[in-house]
Design a binder for this molecule. Structure first.
Ligand SMILES: [Zn+2]
Length: 335
């Protein structure tokens, strides 16, 4: 599968570079248009790829005796849960509310705290009365509010001009501070997409980029709300993270190694299955030979914030791994 994927990757890269780049004048508009076109071409390719690969999740990385031995020298892990895109403005069967209920009360570990990367001005999310009341609930129940967007849509920050980005960061910071009493310190860029310019803007606003180790692949980007292979998907990803842990590449904070997991609380499927997902994460740890702490999830806001901060991206030259095919979509040249 890897070979096929790499070949496909090459082919699509060639297509998007050549056809889109040809004949464009090097005006500011032309460059911008060309960049957008390239991203659109890649996005279309990714849909084709995602459709083709959805039935084909690789087997977990095999656990060798050497890795097993190296793991014993490492502290246990604790899952650091994050939810993007919310909170939902839905009047009925509100998915964000369901997620909050599940974190509060579940058979695995009651009172789990998570980071919610909110969209403060999206009418279907935090830009609604219901959304705002849910942000207040998130704060009251000890969760952390991080910044995702403060635009009408789930807009890529790299597509905002400097003034628009500045305004959006100021608005989002103020919206969150109105709920929590302090400006947010964490940002998750929409579509995991950032570059030197947007990263510098985050820094000016005291925002630190938190990416992820595991992704439930439950984003609504392509309208996919089902996740029939969620167990295999998370086990496979955790087996890759385990290799990093065994190699001593993930930092420990307060005696545990935080492993960041990303969900989308606007996704009704995720909301209905949150309790099951908690159990799936524990099962995935067991199946991949990763030791979890006695508290496998964070239940304290300060500890959660400390752990999240240690895992943030320090600068734009830092090598990062994005979930799924996003690495390929955004390309390393943007950082
Ligand atoms: Zn998002």
């Amino acid at each position: 599968m890897l070979t096929v994927r790499n070949q496909t990757r090459l082919t699509f890269s060639k297509v998007s570079f050549k056809t889109v780049g040809q004949g464009s004048k090097a005006t500011k508009y032309g460059i911008h248009l060309r960049q957008n076109m390239r991203i659109i071409a890649r996005a279309l390719a990714i849909v084709a790829l995602a459709t083709g690969l959805s039935g084909c999740i690789g087997a977990p990385v095999e656990l060798t005796p050497q890795t097993e031995q190296n793991l014993r020298a490492q502290p246990p892990i604790r899952f650091l849960l994050t939810f993007d895109d919310g909170p939902s403005a839905a009047r009925f069967w509100n998915p964000s509310q369901e997620v909050l209920d599940a974190l509060l009360d579940n058979p695995v570990q009651p009172g789990i705290k998570a980071v919610f990367f909110v969209q403060t001005r999206a009418p279907r999310a935090g830009g609604s009365d219901i959304g705002r009341s849910l942000m207040r609930r998130e704060q009251q129940e000890g969760h952390v509010l991080g910044f995702h967007t403060a635009t009408h849509w789930h807009t890529n920050h790299r597509f905002l001009n400097p003034d628009e980005l500045e305004q959006s960061l100021a608005n989002g910071g103020a919206d969150i501070a109105a709920v929590t009493g302090a400006a947010p310190s964490l940002v998750r860029p929409p579509f995991w997409s950032y570059d030197r310019r947007t990263f510098a803007a985050y820094q000016r606003h005291g925002l630190h980029v938190l990416l992820t180790d595991l992704s439930a692949n439950d984003g609504k980007v392509w309208g996919i709300t089902l996740s029939p292979r969620r167990r295999m998907n998370l086990t496979r990803q955790l087996s890759e993270v385990r290799e990093l842990i065994a190699a001593g590449q993930l930092p420990a904070v307060d005696g545990v190694i935080p492993v960041v997991v990303t969900f989308h609380d606007l996704n009704r499927y995720t909301a209905r299955h949150t309790r099951e997902y908690l159990q799936i994460l524990l099962d995935a740890a067991r199946d991949t030979g990763v030791r979890t702490d006695a508290k496998p999830f964070y239940d304290d806001r300060q500890a959660l914030e400390r752990a999240a901060m240690v895992r943030t991206v320090k600068n734009t030259t830092q090598a990062v791994h994005l979930p799924g095919l996003w690495d390929w979509l955004w390309d390393s040249d943007s950082h």
